[in-house]
Ligand binder design. Structure first.
Ligand code: UD1
Length: 364
């Protein structure tokens, strides 16, 4: 059984790594090719993750790089179809909601190859998000939908997706978290940044809705300026965010006294920083889930989330891109308000085992 496991952008690597490891255990049964589209391509957004997550060099590298959505998606489709045309896999496994996910699924379905979607069924109901379009398109052309939570199953059923295709398996991103957490403890990242464990706010921002409009972006940075007057801030900056800071002439924010702005960090350092943060402010999807498992309070700077379980039972709270609300909730937590949550069902480090178990059973 030949499986292509697709990765393309930063959030894919930690979702795919446990699956790769698990498939390798059954190499008598599965032949797995790791395919990297090259949507993210440099040391900080890609190479370091391959090393730290112990992924091999990709068997197929498409090298598509950045571009507008249509261009990037189209380039991936052209390159992937060419790469597999004479040596087709039996199944293409994609993860998450990035352009690489949808592009490779489309190629597969048109070549009558089965598609498995890891992290199927999540919905923000916000069609302005490119990721929501990717999620809906990918889910509708997938044969296997591996979900991280029960509400994702409900979303898929309501959209008319057949029950037999849906498999609630848990969260492979959390498999990676449990696997690597014990290994990151000795990393000296706090000393390197000059921050004290448990006494800083960790921030990440990169969603187009937050960083592509100068009014919203400036509002967020004015709020961060106020927060760093109270507590140290660590801000590993996504390349998109860095680019927009330059474009909007917002360089003054890079010089605030109590904020450490770094390049994007590797997985190990970032996990360590996340685990020991007093509070996380983010617009990322993955961080909402990781903070819930780590029990760290998280304020999500978005109006909606495709991962509501992190709000219902985890430590996440939606505050939108609204400066007053962000500041009010941040100060309340810094002043001692306790945020307690529980870990969602099946976020237990064994999701990849369940996925590979299902594939073993279903694919002959
Ligand atoms: C993509 C995903 C998003 C995910 C995010 C995580 C889509 C639609 N979006 O958004 O869901 O949360 O990745 O990072 O797929 N760049 C670099 N180095 C790199 C990669 C990118 O400098 O290795 C620059 C690009 O040149 C571009 C910017 O970062 O200017 C954005 O990259 P892009 O792939 O367009 O999307 P992301 O915003 O990263």
């Amino acid at each position: 059984m030949k499986i292509d496991l697709i990765v393309g952008a930063r959030p894919n690597y930690m979702k795919a790594a446990p699956i790769y490891r698990e498939l390798m255990k059954y190499s008598d049964k599965f032949e797995c090719r790791l395919v990297h589209t090259g949507q993210h391509y440099d040391e900080k957004m890609s190479d370091i993750f391959f090393r730290e997550l112990e992924l091999p060099k990709p068997h197929i590298y498409l090298g598509v790089g950045s571009g507008r959505h249509g261009e990037q998606t189209g380039k991936i489709m052209i390159a992937y179809e060419k790469a597999i045309f004479d040596n087709k896999p039996d199944l293409v496994l994609v993860a998450g909601d990035v352009n690489s996910t949808t592009a490779c699924s489309l190629v597969a379905v048109k070549l009558h190859i089965k598609v498995g979607h890891i992290e199927g069924g999540l919905r923000s109901r916000d069609w302005n998000m490119p990721e929501e379009v990717n999620r809906i398109v990918t889910d509708n052309i997938s044969d296997y939908l591996f979900t991280t939570c029960r509400d994702a199953d409900e979303n898929l059923l309501k959209e008319g997706i057949a029950k037999e295709k849906i498999h609630f398996v848990g969260n492979t991103m959390i498999d990676s978290l449990y696997y690597y957490l014990p290994k990151v403890d000795k990393r000296p990242i706090h000393a390197q940044l000059g921050v004290e464990r448990g006494n800083y706010v960790l921030i990440t921002l990169h969603r187009p809705s937050n960083v592509d409009q100068d009014e919203i972006f400036k509002g967020l940075f004015d709020t961060i300026e106020k927060i760093q007057e109270r507590i140290s801030v660590v801000f590993p900056m996504h390349p998109r965010t860095r680019k927009m800071l330059d474009e909007f002439g917002m360089g003054k924010y890079l010089k605030l006294p109590n904020i450490k702005i770094t390049e994007p960090l590797g997985y190990h350092d970032f996990m360590k920083l996340q685990k020991d943060a007093k509070l996380v402010l983010t617009d990322s999807g993955g961080l909402q889930e990781e903070t819930t498992v780590l029990g760290v309070p998280c304020l999500t700077l978005r109006k909606n989330t495709e991962r509501p379980v992190t709000v219902w039972i985890g430590t996440n709270e939606l505050v939108g891109p609204y400066p007053d609300k962000i500041l009010e909730r941040t100060l309340a937590i810094l002043d001692g308000e306790q945020i307690k949550g529980k870990i969602p069902e099946y976020w237990d480090g064994h999701a990849a085992e369940r996925i590979v178990g299902i594939l073993s059973h279903e694919l002959h």
